[in-house]
Each structure stands twice: as structure tokens, then as C-alpha cells.
Design a protein around this ligand. Structure first.
Ligand code: PEP
Ligand code: MG
Length: 346
């Protein structure tokens, strides 16, 4: 289990050998909890287990509202080890496979072959269900020494993700080659993070065309039906979603970053969390605008940020026309339960 954002002061209060109880619902950590706290926590745990059992009865059921509207519920994964959890929780596919793990776990650039084997494995494991792999989303605050990234004052606004890929095409191409080669083993979608302009999308498409022509000349097979998607996680992308939508098969809204950039609130800084209203009208309007523009241009739209699992918003997302929600595996059945409880005729 990982606890983040506890603050430096916390570390001075806990020492080796202390007992700690973590309340995963509230994010609170109790060091050397007293009897009463422990009792409360155990009761919570028991309730949670019962709830999970209840949710288990939803396995194999459709994600359908009372009035018949269907939605896809996929899982977000961060590595091959998470595939089991996605399947166990009955996810209809993988809506976000964060490919950074390949780079973070390695001490040098992962070879095309190593990447190919990983993508092939996830595609085969999902046996024909959709698998959306996001290309590299790395930045100066994710320490990957061999990238030789300069220290930056504002890594979230800096040289990251697609900006690295477009300026270092040899890194990008090796990932794209591995992805396209793996595409024949399943139902692949590729999506690109941190998009802010039409030009970026056009540049990506040019590089993909080059990769495909290289594979053709090497007689290496790839699928013709790989879906092309972009993440909508900057306000710029949402605002010009009418111009981006004709270029793509799908949008995937990254609400974690969309929230930080829209509300100017650093997602890594616990001090600004109280100023970070994830239900802020500005964010909901950007999502609704992107959904409208996607559909008007024949693209589909999903949400893969944490907000996708917020069941207080499931009905609003359905009313906006969101086609897919991609959530961490333990939330798949919870969101299914919420969808099945909704009646859009009301
Ligand atoms: C997001 O920004 O919402 C997202 C899904 O991407 P990440 O959390 O990996 O930045
Ligand atoms: Mg993001």
C-alpha cells in the first residue's frame, strides 16, 4: 500500500516498528491507533468486504441504465501485473494503460522488442477486448535518469509527454513501432497525452505514417483497425475539441490533469487540495463541450481520470453522452452498480 502527500511533518512522528492503520476511504493514517479507532476501522473493513461481495453479484451483467442506455466501463492499469485485477473485476477492456512503467522500471531506454512483448501480452490477455495504450507521459519530476531531462521549475507545464516524443522522434518511433507490431494480437487503441494543438496531432499522424511505411518495407505486419485517440487533459484541447475531433477516432478526458490546469491547482501539492473542486462547473463544461464536439464529428469519448469513478457524477456523464468510463479496477463494479440505478427518462 502507498500513502502519498502525508507531508514531511508526518515522517518525524512515525518511527520504525510503529503500528499504523490506513483508512483508504478518507486517506487518513493512524499511528499506533487506540482500541476504539481500531474497532472503527475493522467495522469499516467488514462493511467494505460485504459491499464487495454484493458488487460481485454484478459480474457478467451489462452496464445499462434502467431505460436501456449502455456504456462501456473499462479499467486503468499501470503495468502488466494489473491485468488480473482488471479481468477479475469484469472490466470490458483497458481504457488507459499507462506505458510509463516500461521506462520507469528500466535503467536505459527499453528496447522495441521489450515493449513489443509487453504490449502483445496485454493484448493477448484481454482476448479481443479493447486495450487503449497511452504513449509515454514522462516529465522532469518522474526521475528517469537516462532521459537526461533538465531540472525544471514547473515540470507539469514543462518538457513532458508528447513534447518529448515530438522533439525526440527516435524514442517515439520505437514505441510506435512496438505498438503497431503488437496490434495484430488484439484490439488496440493508441492515445496521446498532453495535446494542446491541431499541429501536434498532425505531427503525430505524420510520424505514424512513417512508422507504418517502415514496417511495410520490412514486411512486418500491423493491424489496419488500430484506433487513434488523444487525451483531453488541457483546457486548450477541450476548447478546440471541435477542430481536434475530425482528426481522431476518440477522445479520452484526463480529468486529473484537466482539473489541475483548469483550476491552476498543482495536483501534487496537498496544500492546494482544498481549492481543487473536482465538480467545478468549468471542468464539467469542458467535458460536456468535448463530448458534443466528439459526437458531432463521429468520434467517441471516454473519461479516464479519477473523476470517472465518482458515482455522484455518473448520471451527468451519461447525460453529456460520455460513451466510456475507465476507472481503477476495484471501481468497475461500483460504477456498473451506479449506471444500472440510473433512469435517464426522469
Ligand atoms: C489524467 O490526467 O487524468 C490522466 C488519466 O493521466 P495521468 O493521471 O496519468 O496524468
Ligand atoms: Mg494526465
Amino acid at each position: 500500500m502507498r500513502v502519498i502527500g502525508a507531508g514531511e511533518e508526518f515522517l518525524t512522528k512515525i518511527k520504525n516498528g510503529d503500528d499504523a492503520a490506513v483508512d483508504g476511504f478518507t486517506g487518513k493514517v493512524y499511528v499506533n491507533p487506540d482500541e476504539e479507532t481500531l474497532k472503527k476501522m475493522l467495522e469499516k473493513q467488514k462493511k467494505d468486504t460485504e459491499q464487495k461481495k454484493l458488487l460481485g453479484t454484478l459480474k457478467g451483467k451489462e452496464n445499462i441504465t434502467k431505460d436501456g442506455r449502455k456504456i462501456k466501463i473499462y479499467a486503468n492499469i499501470g503495468g502488466l501485473a494489473d491485468i488480473g485485477a482488471a479481468l477479475m473485476n469484469d472490466a470490458g477492456g483497458i481504457g488507459l494503460f499507462r506505458s510509463e512503467f516500461l521506462y520507469l522500471e528500466s535503467s536505459r531506454f527499453p528496447s522495441e522488442e521489450l515493449q513489443f512483448q509487453s504490449y502483445k501480452k496485454v493484448l493477448e490477455s484481454m482476448a479481443g477486448r479493447k486495450v487503449i495504450i497511452r504513449t509515454l507521459d514522462i516529465c522532469a519530476d518522474k526521475r528517469v535518469d537516462y532521459f537526461n531531462l533538465d531540472e525544471e521549475e514547473n515540470p507539469a507545464l514543462g518538457y513532458r509527454a508528447i513534447r518529448i516524443c515530438l522533439t525526440q522522434p527516435e524514442i517515439f518511433k520505437s514505441q510506435l513501432r512496438a505498438l503497431y507490431r503488437a496490434s495484430v494480437y488484439g484490439n488496440l487503441g493508441i492515445m496521446f497525452p498532453m495535446i494542446t494543438s491541431v499541429k501536434e496531432v498532425e505531427d503525430i499522424q505524420k510520424i505514424i505514417a512513417e512508422v507504418k511505411s517502415e514496417l511495410d518495407s520490412e514486411k512486418l505486419a500491423y493491424s489496419d483497425s488500430v484506433e487513434f485517440g488523444i487525451m483531453i487533459e488541457t483546457p486548450a484541447a477541450a476548447i478546440i475539441s471541435d477542430r481536434l475531433a475530425p482528426l481522431v477516432d476518440f477522445f479520452s478526458i484526463g480529468t486529473n490533469d484537466l482539473t489541475q490546469y483548469t483550476l491552476a491547482a498543482d495536483r501534487q501539492n496537498p496544500k492546494v487540495e482544498p481549492f481543487c473542486d473536482t465538480h467545478h462547473d468549468a471542468i464539467l463544461r469542458l467535458i460536456a463541450m468535448s463530448a458534443k464536439n466528439a459526437h458531432e464529428n463521429g468520434a467517441w469519448i471516454g473519461i479516464c481520470g479519477e473523476l470517472a469513478a465518482d458515482t455522484a457524477l455518473t448520471e451527468s456523464f451519461l447525460r453529456m453522452g460520455i460513451d466510456e468510463l475507465s476507472v481503477s479496477p476495484p471501481f468497475v463494479l461500483k460504477v456498473r452498480a451506479a449506471v444500472r440505478d440510473i433512469d435517464l427518462r426522469k
